[in-house]
Design a binder for this molecule. Sequence first.
Ligand code: UDP
Length: 463
Amino acid sequence: MGSESHQLHVLFFPFMASGHMIPMIDMAKLFAIRGCKSTLIATAHDEPTFLKSIAKTKDSGFNIDAVTVTLPLKEVGLPEDCDNLNKITTEEIHKQFMRAIMMLDQQLELLIEKLAPDCLVSDIFLPWTNEIATKWGIPRLVFHGTSAFSIAGMECVALYEPHKKVSCDLEPFVIPNFPGEITMSRMQLPDFYREETEFTKFFKEAKESEKQSFGVIMNSFYKLEPVYIDHYRTFLGRRSWFIGPLSLCNKETEDKAHRGNQASIDQHEFLNWLDSKQPNSVVYICFGSMANFNAAQLHEIAVGLEASGQQFIWVVKKDPNGEEGKEEWLPDGYESRIRDKGLIIRGWAPQVLILDHEAIGGFVTHCGWNSTLEAVAAGVPMVTWPVAAEQFFNEKFVTQSERVKEAVKRVLVGEEAEEMRKRSKALAEMARGAVEEGGSSWSDLGDLLQELRQQKLAHKKKI
Ligand code: UDP
């Protein structure tokens, strides 16, 4: 590690949602492991979670810490516990929440003044931070929590507007100037692409601020999507660094177990349960940190899982409309029937710890980018099950326990499963190779740090 004055100090500002915070905490750890001083900005509510996630890295002697900001929730008329996107239930609350976040500008300025970082890495959803970084003469890097494929694809849709040239929501169109003849329909686009909403305006501003920023950091790796990374860099002209999979910086059980929120299950109990299973014999089902299903939908999944006859770990988030303590979705006597076969985790699961266990043979996922990449890194085949509004989630879902049954069996048993497993293991090896010394993600991060050091020197000379 370099001496204090030569050490790059990077300030990380994540957006307040688990799917954004978790990879940025990993990123801060990675930067610290590569010799930087990393400081993470957390709300007072999230600070304990952040501190727990970085404790092991800090104890190992790396320079990493968290500082707090206070979200002015009362000022925008929100209750005190509305401090994370996961708790936002209506569009109106969402608007107020975004307003409160924007009001953090002065607190950010004070932090930059006090800590004098050399660089700010902030989420794509914090576009206003760009101006502040510019004012204080430091580069701002944008963190995009998704793939080059989806970023570049969405950008080509925004540029050429093929969705405005079709007659209905279901008519397919090919994304222009995008490799691979990718066909989409308006239905498959995010809501804010389909109609002009307040978020459409906000997203345009975010993309504009991205263009003004120093560059973009992404949680992906070159060999996973070379064509789209090239497209993003050359055709769309974005300076970008692909440094993932970020989850791979969590090497020890303790690191993996403390990623994100406090797990809702005793670690030893479920590890014992998993240890008692054959390799590749358990399917893991989790739909990310946000997706909430209603009772009827949960019931269908429960029925499908039991009918599949396979072993499973199923993560169930609380039904926001359900009555406290009532689990109407659970079929009578379900848990005693499935006791040896299935485990239901109510709340938060230590996902990476689970995916890395050799007993896990498949993952039913909603295709959130973090989950997708975590499965790639762990070499676990996926059954993709998009659930978010922009991913054509609809009423039909409730009649699909047959689909749950088939999907679970497909990924665990038979020749196709064996083939999927082989492909997944090969991908996992590529992912590990990317983050090892000399790999593409390792080198991309090295190049970025080198550029930031030069920026720091140039800035010093100016003042
Ligand atoms: N996650 C977890 N336990 C859970 C639910 C989610 O550890 O019970 C983590 C998961 O490993 C991933 C993140 O939360 O890192 C979810 O991000 P993703 O992009 O997959 O989906 P989102 O929650 O943003 O829809």
